[in-house]
Design a protein around this ligand. Structure first.
Ligand code: F6R
Length: 242
């Protein structure tokens, strides 16, 4: 595991963008596993700038996103599909038919999850998986639990995740209660993993993930078992790690 400490969010974003763009340059037809949330916004801005400067070509890239709220249509302002379009896909030359997010409108959870696992398999596997870290140690929407959940599955959001995500919605009541998420197996199958973490609210979770026991109670701790992980975290997130 390589850990890069940065001064702040902006430097974290630039450093992580450099790792991600190296992947696209080295393998133009790579499969990127992508994330939403506040953590990757700055990174996506850097990628858009590099594309606009003619430094990056996404035309052969395929992407699979980690997760989607169950019940939200792709054009819902808070859907993760909409997030990806507005922060990245609408501004680069990626072929949108090669960008995938779990189908939030599929009511049959088993079908939605089966279809997504099959799709990931058909891409040939993820070359680089980008991850953010939940305040409670979650990755994707793999919430703390008793076992590591394997494939794509439907989860009920924990109260702490609802709390953390309500800032994006008009009220807490509007936060969907369920989501489809890639499982730990899909994440761990990625050839390389890039975890980005910013802010003091993540400090406990980051310390537990990197240096605590590997346990489903801290889903991100499983990353200790992956052979190729880069962690880019800012000083605030690293404040409990000497
Ligand atoms: C998003 C995702 C989540 C977030 C995590 C951190 O696709 O899967 O695991 O990465 O909740 O969220 P932010 O970055 O908003 O703090």
């Amino acid at each position: 595991m390589n850990i890069y400490k940065t001064k702040n969010y902006d430097e974290m974003s630039r450093r992580a963008a450099a790792i991600l763009s190296a992947q696209v340059i080295l393998k133009p037809d790579c499969v990127l596993g992508l994330a939403t949330g506040s953590s990757p916004v700055g990174l996506y801005e850097c990628l858009v700038k590099q594309y606009q400067n003619g430094e990056l070509d996404f035309s052969k890239v395929t992407s699979v996103n980690l997760d989607e709220y169950k019940g939200l249509a792709p054009d819902h302002p808070q859907s993760y599909r909409k997030f990806m379009d507005s922060h990245l896909f609408d501004h680069i030359n990626i072929d949108k038919t090669h960008t995938f997010v779990p189908n939030g409108l599929e009511e049959d959870s088993d079908k939605a999850c089966r279809d997504y696992d099959l799709l990931i398999e058909q891409t040939g596997g993820v070359d680089l998986q980008l991850l953010g870290l939940g305040n409670n140690g979650h990755i994707g929407f793999n919430e703390p639990g008793e076992t590591f959940q394997c494939g794509t599955h439907c989860i009920e959001l924990t109260q702490s995740t609802i709390e953390a995500n309500k800032r994006f919605f008009a009220s807490e009541a509007e936060v969907p209660r369920y989501a489809y998420t890639m499982g730990i197996r899909s994440i761990m199958c990625a050839k390389k993993i890039l975890l980005i973490v910013s802010g003091k609210a993540k400090a406990e979770a980051l310390k537990a993930a990197l240096y605590g026991p590997v346990t489903p109670k801290v889903p991100a701790s499983v990353l200790q078992l992956h052979p190729d992980v880069a962690v880019v975290a800012d000083e605030e997130a690293m404040q409990l790690i000497s």
